[in-house]
Design a protein around this ligand. Structure first.
Ligand code: FES
Length: 151
């Protein structure tokens, strides 16, 4: 799809709402960044499309509610990533607890997520401008692309 950029605000037109809902998952390249637009249970999400762990393509990952948060499960090694925040979740027992109970914990934000808005049936994505390194950035860069190709 040809990228149609809005004159201000860094908003990128990514498609008609109806088409994106029908597709459920849509791949777009915006400013050289490959992202996935997901429509799930009435909400749009935009997330870097290569998993922060080893560059797995998230497009066909299942979506599950984990501990009250919707997560995409990377098809490659099953890492769980929250759709809204990009947090990596993992399950573990805290040995300090007696008895230790298996619980979900957050690794913090690992996957870059972007802002989706809709106006008059058109959907726009604004890429996050956070200057801080987020692990999924690696697989958007040149080195990461080479590694993805080898995997
Ligand atoms: Fe996604 Fe390993 S590449 S879990």
């Amino acid at each position: 799809m040809e990228e149609k950029e809005q004159p201000s605000g860094g908003l990128h037109f990514v498609g008609k709402k109806d088409e994106l809902i029908k597709a459920q998952r849509s791949f777009r390249t915006l400013e050289g960044r490959d992202i996935l637009i997901i429509y799930h249970e009435g909400v749009f999400y935009a997330i870097d499309c290569y998993c922060y762990h080893a560059g797995g393509m998230l497009q066909n990952g299942d979506i599950e509610d984990i501990n009250g948060k919707l997560c995409i499960i990377c098809p490659k090694h099953k890492y769980k990533i929250t759709l809204a925040e990009g947090e990596g979740l993992y399950r573990a027992r805290n040995p300090m607890e007696n008895p230790p109970i298996l619980r979900w914990y957050s690794k913090g934000v690992k996957q870059r997520v972007h802002t989706v808005t809709e106006t008059n049936g058109e959907v726009f994505v604004k890429l996050t401008t956070s200057p801080f390194w987020i692990e999924s950035d690696y697989y958007q860069g040149e080195k990461g692309k080479v590694e993805r190709a080898k995997a």
